[in-house]
Structures are given as C-alpha cells and as structure tokens.
Design a protein around this ligand. Structure first.
Ligand SMILES: [Fe+2]
Length: 317
C-alpha cells in the first residue's frame, strides 16, 4: 500500500470576559493553559510516548466501514487519541458512495455537517476539479496546491470545525499528496521555544480573516480570533491558514514573531510530520488537523474525486 496516507495573563482574560478563557471550567486545568506548567509537562511525556513516526502507523484496515468491528473501532480510537488523526483503508477500489464517510462518521459520533456554500445537497463536498461557477474561484476545486491550514478557519468562532473526514474515491494520477501535522505537536514545539508565543496566539485578536466579497455581495465579514483555543472539555483547538492573502496578523512584535516561528515549524522536517497520498478506498478521519495538498495533474477521463465532510462535532471517546 502506498505511504498515504489561551490570551494574556489570567487577570487580563477574566477582566475582558473572553469566552475562550474559561477559568472556571476544564480549560483552567488544561495542560494547554499556559500557566499549567506541571500539567503540560505531564501531558507532553504521555503524548510523546510511542508517538508514531511513520504515516503507515496511522493506517487502520477496515473490512466494512459501515459496520465497524469492536477491534476496528478500538484501533481508530487509539490512533485518534494519540495523534488526532487516523487513516482508514477499505483495501479495495470502491464506487462513488458518500454513505461510506457518512456512516463512518455516525459510528464515531459525528454527524453535524457544515453545509458550506460549495457542499452538495447532503452536506458532503465533492472535491474535484470544477472550471466554472462558484467553485472556480476556490483553490480546492483546481489542480493547485493548498498551503497549511485547518478547515473552516474563516468560520465564526461559534461554528468551528472540530472534526473532518476526507474520503478518496479516485486519486490523481500524479500529485495531490497531503502533509499532516497534529496541532498538539505543533503547539508543543512552539511552547517549548517560547511559552509567550502561545499566549500571543491565544489572544482573541491574534489573527483576522479578511471579509469575502463576491460580485459585490458580502459573503463573510472580517473575522478575528485566536489561533489556539481551549475547548470546554480542556482540549486544544487550532485555527490557522498560511495563505498570506487570507489572514491579517496582529501587528505587535510578539505575535509577528510567534506566527513566523509557527510558519517555520510547519515547514520544517520532523519525524512527527506525516506525508502521503490517499488512494482509492482510503480516507482520513481527524480532529481538524493541519494539512496541505500538493498540486496535481488530473485525468479528465478518470478525474480525481474526494468526499469531504466538515463537522461541528468533536470526536469524543
Ligand atoms: Fe482542507
């Protein structure tokens, strides 16, 4: 098989009533809270123990993705808990069948799809080359590569994409590989360089996604928010895009240094960076990890096709 594939000081947060700094919730005890050094070190030790260093370690073969066995479910769970991502492999070429990612998602407890403007009627999005209409202006529907991002980084903060499924029906004959970074690993690398970077990137105005205007119509207003957020459950959530025209970074020197360091980390070589291509019958299930896509060459007679489901749900075990 192919190698596929919080915010300033606490006082500052509380006085500003930042909804993403939940001091009385699990977030204040989270290892991802910048003041919880002991919890962070404990978490880090556990995180790095037996952390996969090859993408093949993320692959879980499935007999029937619509009816997971107890063992398959456990393998998926273990991999997701460790790396926030898993690659399933049905092991055979399959026909176009969107019920595969749909049913797999349901078995993992995710079902609230983000029915964005390019989604199909069922809420899933067919990622393929489209030359006309609304799709034509967006890079995912072209043969171009896509830089580091998390999905839905431009969504309003109340509608974050916490999980995602990317199911491959047909790969491109050439290219279309993905690189994958676990956001928790990137957080760790950044915090270990300078904890103040984390504080800066947890500020509610760390990055602003400029408004989207199409044919004179406002599709989306400017949206500001943090890069790193702590969820109600104390988990880490990340919003990010490396595409310069899609983001305006806060101008203070610390934020600038933090975002430049983050960019450099993403583009560095590491055992923790996974890279590969989804083949037919394979798919990625993840907690919206950081990812790229390389450019590809499409075959008009056998066009590249992937189904993407973006979910408002968190995968909870
Ligand atoms: Fe994406």
């Amino acid at each position: 098989m192919c190698e596929v594939v919080h915010m300033k000081q606490i006082k500052h947060c509380s006085t500003r009533r930042n909804p993403y700094c939940k001091l009385d919730s699990a977030a204040s005890n989270s290892p991802f809270h910048h003041e919880n050094e002991l919890a962070y070190q404990k978490w880090k030790t556990h995180k790095l123990k037996d952390y996969p260093t090859s993408i093949s370690q993320l692959v879980v073969p499935l007999n029937d993705p619509k009816a997971l066995t107890v063992q398959e479910y456990q393998q998926i769970k273990d991999c997701l808990l460790k790396t926030n991502m898993v690659i399933y492999d049905i092991g055979r070429d399959i026909q176009e069948d969107k019920s595969i990612p749909e049913q797999l998602g349901i078995q993992l407890g995710i079902h609230s799809l983000d029915r964005n403007e390019c989604a199909d009627d069922d809420g899933f999005t067919s990622i393929q080359v489209v030359d006309d209409g609304l799709h034509a202006i967006y890079i995912p529907y072209s043969e171009k590569g896509i830089n580091w991002h998390t999905d839905g980084y431009y969504n309003r903060l109340s509608e974050q994409i916490y999980s995602m499924i990317l199911h491959c029906v047909r790969p491109a004959p050439e290219g279309g590989e993905n690189q994958l970074w676990d956001p928790e690993i990137i957080y760790m690398m950044l915090r270990d360089k300078n904890p103040d970077y984390i504080k800066a990137l947890m500020e509610p105005d760390a990055m602003t996604i400029p408004k989207n205007v199409l044919n004179g119509q406002l599709v989306r207003p400017d949206r500001s928010g943090p890069v790193f957020m702590i969820t109600d459950e104390g988990r880490l959530h990340m919003r990010y895009t490396a595409r310069a025209r899609n983001v305006i970074w806060k101008e203070d020197s610390l934020t600038q240094e933090a975002q430049q360091t983050l960019r450099a980390l993403l583009n560095s070589d590491s055992d923790y960076l996974f890279q590969g291509r989804l083949e037919a019958g394979q798919g990625l299930v993840c907690n919206n990890v950081l990812h790229t896509r390389t450019a590809f060459k499409d075959d008009k007679d056998n066009p590249r096709l992937l189904y993407r489901g973006r979910y408002f749900d968190k995968i909870m075990f």
